[in-house]
Design a protein around this ligand. Sequence first.
Ligand code: CMC
Length: 428
Amino acid sequence: MNEKATLLVGGKSYELDVITGTENEKCIDIQDLRSRSGYITMDPGYGNTGSCFSSITYVDGTNGILRYRGYPIEQVAEKASFVEIAYLILYGELPKPRRMKAFSEALNEHAALHTNLEHHFSGFPKDAPPMAILSAMLNLVACFHPEVLEVHADGPEFDRTAALLLSKVRTISAFAYRMATGKPFNHPNPNLSYCANFLHMMFSEPYQDFVASPVVERAMNLFLVLHADHEQNCSTSTVRVVGSSRANLFSSVAAGVCALWGPLHGGANTGVIKMLEDIKASGKSITSYIDMAKDKNSTFRLMGFGHRVYKNFDPRSIILKKQVHDVLQELHLDDSLLEIALELEAATLNDDYFLSRHLYPNVDFYSGILLRAIGIPLNMYTVMFAIGRMPGWISNWKELHQHNQRISRPRQIYTGYTERPFVPTAER
Ligand code: CMC
């Protein structure tokens, strides 16, 4: 028997359908509640609102579970390349060797930017934030490929557009860094892997090719795999909202980049390192920072702590914490910020404020230390997150169209003036 929910409101009773997902998640379907009863529901920040049906990523925040298309993040992180995970997220299945080859070739084919597009980088001030450049350039790339302005969520047109975006985001990101440092662009090298090619475009010099060590390449691959998708987070929801107006894929993900930039979302990875550096430079105790984070008169928050969904631990943070230790060891590096981070985490584990609010390290807490170890500059951390999240954004945009979802258009409860007569300027 189909489960039902009953709502009693305004002296009337309404029967509502209960929908169950494949992991037994339940929701009450209120889609026609307003037309039947005149009531809307209120949930600012959408903490308890399902906005779509999706078969891409599953998150169980209570038990710290994250799966891409059913595959546990722990297995994926250990074994998969970012390119095969991008394929999995986009197409629903792990690629067979033949498909993997074709997909990798498509990424190579689309890696270069139109020469005229390269000139646009010089129009940005030297210290322009790379996230601003990335968002702007994604829209600009689309102008050079008018065919991607058409909405295709399937077939060869979609395959081409997705490959173009996955590949060009990497080139744009590396070029943004080269421009800011006043260095010549390094063009993509099709003989390199996705990660090694990015590192080459970032760090090769006219007098010396940068050859990434296997440890560095593996660390970057892991970072990207762990960021590849995370269901309806702020930037992915943004991509869906923009895409729901039937905006093209490029402008939808450009909006996603802007959402990701914020310090409560992807910008937190930069915020964590700034916070740890600040603790180190200030000479103040860890306790004083914890007290500041707990002080409701202060706007300070522990960056890299807390999560809307994870209420026990973030599985990505557990993987990253271990990887940071291994990578530092393999590269024979010692990072004092790691010591501070470990101390900070340990202090919160004994503090009732953090325990009672279920605040634990999230994906951003240790990822910055990993990026530091492999030589990525601080202002590129959130850009790295954007490169990683691209498969998730593209796939959610595709799914939105496949489900022919309605335009996103939430309601509100108006709390302003009731009607009043207009006052002419002279009488105000
Ligand atoms: N430091 C101190 N207090 C915190 C923190 C924190 N990092 N995070 C949440 N709280 C407190 C918050 O003040 C509130 O306390 P109270 O109930 O007394 O008012 C309570 O915990 C619940 O917080 P919330 O802001 O209602 O929770 P949310 O689900 O709306 O926000 C969050 C989630 C991730 C934005 C938030 O925890 C936060 O700001 N964290 C710091 C920024 C960060 O690390 N962001 C990365 C998120 S994970 C990856 C990603 O999306 O990029």
